[in-house]
Design a protein around this ligand. Structure first.
Ligand code: C2E
Ligand code: MG
Ligand code: MG
Ligand code: MG
Length: 279
């Protein structure tokens, strides 16, 4: 915006920048209203055991059911929610919603009581005061075992190797929550945090999965992550599996779990029920 203003680009009042800020304020207000009016919905993507295709869990993925624009994916609003801090109440809502959904499924499909729900946690949310208490309350209020809840953290968050991070992670582990590293391998490969932090699952990023059956380098990287997981006693889960070839190759490399369009897209809770009934 500043550049577009041409010669006057360091002026204090830049009309283009002012318009941007107005736009951001408007979009933030719109997001806040959407949360207050219940326009967000949670979809769930099945997570399977590669060897058997058995359903083991679901990842909760938020969508905005916009009155005019229809179903909007998180890529279009999570960045703004992160920037404005609205991700804290939104993420809290997703967590509570997911725990309550799992509780209803556990009652309706008791044979599927091992199925877990995996919820994405943003760094902002992780740093917000009361996170551990909020998580404990969401689980207690839903009446589900903490062991059936996984929280997905990013490498960037885990790289902040601070006492506060360590304490929060230890407290979550004490409750009985499982911790996954999302998009593993896309960060700065500072692997030290794997030694200091109590994570349980490595989610191999889709960017390695894409070429795993066709590209030697991608296959080597995926294999390295699987071996790392085995050495450190962590489960490995591959995200974004779209073909049978990718699935077989990952299974051959020793990856235990998978998630992707090959198995199922993220869907409304009702569609997950077909799978729960069959499982
Ligand atoms: P993520 O946590 O890595 O989630 C996986 C993303 O990959 C999802 O995109 C999912 O729909 C997509 N995906 C899964 N399988 C396939 C596949 O086979 N092919 C392709 N092309 N894509 C696949 P989605 O739902 O658009 O979510 C994008 C990101 O938004 C998520 O990435 C996560 O980082 C973030 N997000 C979603 N819900 C939440 C939330 O409740 N809280 C926070 N903090 N972030 C969220
Ligand atoms: Mg995730
Ligand atoms: Mg992911
Ligand atoms: Mg990803």
């Amino acid at each position: 915006a500043a550049k577009a203003a041409g010669g006057n680009r360091y002026a204090l009042f830049d009309p283009a920048m002012h318009a941007d800020l107005l736009d951001e304020a408007r979009r933030r207000a719109e997001l806040e209203r959407a949360l207050a009016e219940g326009q967000f919905v949670v979809h769930y993507q099945p997570i399977v055991e590669l060897k058997t295709s058995r359903l083991v869990g679901v990842e909760a993925l938020v969508r905005w059911n916009h009155p005019e624009r229809g179903l909007v994916g998180p890529g279009a609003f999570i960045p703004l929610a992160e920037a404005t801090g609205l991700i804290v109440p939104l993420g809290h809502w997703v967590l509570r919603q997911s725990c309550q959904q799992l509780a209803r499924w556990r009652v309706a499909y008791p044979h599927a009581c091992d199925v877990y729900v995996s919820v994405n946690l943003s760094a902002r949310q992780f740093q917000a005061p009361g996170l551990v208490d909020d998580v404990a309350a969401a689980i207690a209020d839903a009446g589900i075992p903490a062991g059936n809840v996984t929280l997905e953290l990013t490498e960037t968050l885990l790289m902040r190797d601070t006492a506060a991070t360590a304490n929060a992670l230890a407290a979550l582990k004490r409750i009985g929550i499982r911790l996954a590293v999302d998009d593993f391998g896309t960060g700065y490969s500072a692997l030290g945090y794997l030694r200091s932090f109590p994570v349980d699952i490595l989610k191999i990023d889709k960017s390695f999965v894409d070429g795993v059956a066709t590209n030697h380098e991608d296959a080597a990287l995926a294999q390295t992550i699987v071996q790392l997981g085995r050495t450190l006693n962590l489960q490995t889960l591959a995200e974004g599996i779209e073909s049978v070839e990718q699935s077989s190759q990952l299974e051959a490399l020793g990856c235990t779990y998978g998630q992707g369009y090959l198995f199922a897209r993220p869907t409304a809770p009702e569609q997950v029920e077909t799978l729960l009934r069959r499982s």
